[in-house]
Design a protein around this ligand. Structure first.
Ligand SMILES: *Cc1c(COP(=O)(O)O)cnc(C)c1O
Length: 231
């Protein structure tokens, strides 16, 4: 075994070890293959290897690749979404992981309601309070969640997503992942929600994220190799 299947086998083994350390069931951790910059052939290889879903961060890139991928698998948008691309995003993606403001949620609601579809969404939280990063602040997250619950009946809140501040030491991500888990706990309690899934952990720190409760790890380089140069 080599290439993507071998990489995925090694990732699943590392997830299982992180689960053993933290008393979790590996069946509760899903692998989202973040395929940005990689060709659709690599997307199909990842699907054949058995990843749980495909993630892209740009609407235009997904528009080029998704028609070439005939396999049935959920596609998640993990990058920032402009309101004027929301319609296209809903055509291309099954899950939107980057809802970070009410204007965007309202736009998705307006697009979804005439079709009577329900769009699964994650609220993206800027756990590190980094000014340049997308995501709602931890402080503002409850108000955004409440607004979605009350005014967006065609959005189904599935969980919270975060990208922590970059740090080469994976242990430095841990407090951010704990913060996201605790926020989810408060939201579930305050709004009487079913459990929220946590989308957290990337190539460098996914084991830490699993130890802290990730339901989705979003993996690019560790699964597919270095990103290709973008044209
Ligand atoms: C690119 C990307 C990833 C994957 O990053 P790697 O470090 O290559 O695993 C995960 N999440 C988001 C939002 C991304 O844009």
């Amino acid at each position: 075994m080599s290439g993507i299947p071998a990489a995925l086998a090694s990732i699943r083994a590392r997830i299982a070890e992180a689960c053993a350390r933290s008393g979790r069931d590996p069946g509760d951790v899903r692998v989202l293959a973040v395929t940005k910059t990689h060709p659709s052939a690599a997307v199909r290889e990842a699907i054949a290897a058995g990843v749980d879903a495909i993630g892209e961060n740009r609407v235009q890139e997904a528009a080029l690749k998704r028609p070439e991928v005939t396999e049935s698998i959920p596609w998640h948008l993990v990058g920032p979404l402009q309101r004027n691309k929301a319609r296209r995003a809903l055509e291309l993606f099954d899950v939107i992981q980057s809802v970070d403001r009410l204007a965007l949620a309202d736009r998705l609601e307006a697009l979804a309601s005439p079709t009577d579809l329900t769009v699964p969404v994650f609220v993206e939280v800027n756990v590190g309070d980094e000014p340049q990063k997308s995501g709602v602040s931890v402080d503002q997250a409850p108000a955004l969640v409440e607004a979605i619950l009350t005014s967006c009946p065609h959005l189904a809140l599935r969980g919270l997503m975060t990208i922590p501040p970059y740090d080469p030491d994976p242990q430095r991500s841990r407090p951010h992942y704990i913060r996201l888990r605790e926020l989810a706990g408060h939201l579930v309690r305050d709004f009487a929600l079913p459990p929220l899934e946590l989308s957290m952990g990337m190539s460098e720190d996914f084991e830490v994220a699993v130890e802290e409760g990730a339901a989705w790890v979003r993996l690019g380089r560790v699964l597919l190799g270095e990103r290709r140069n973008q044209a």
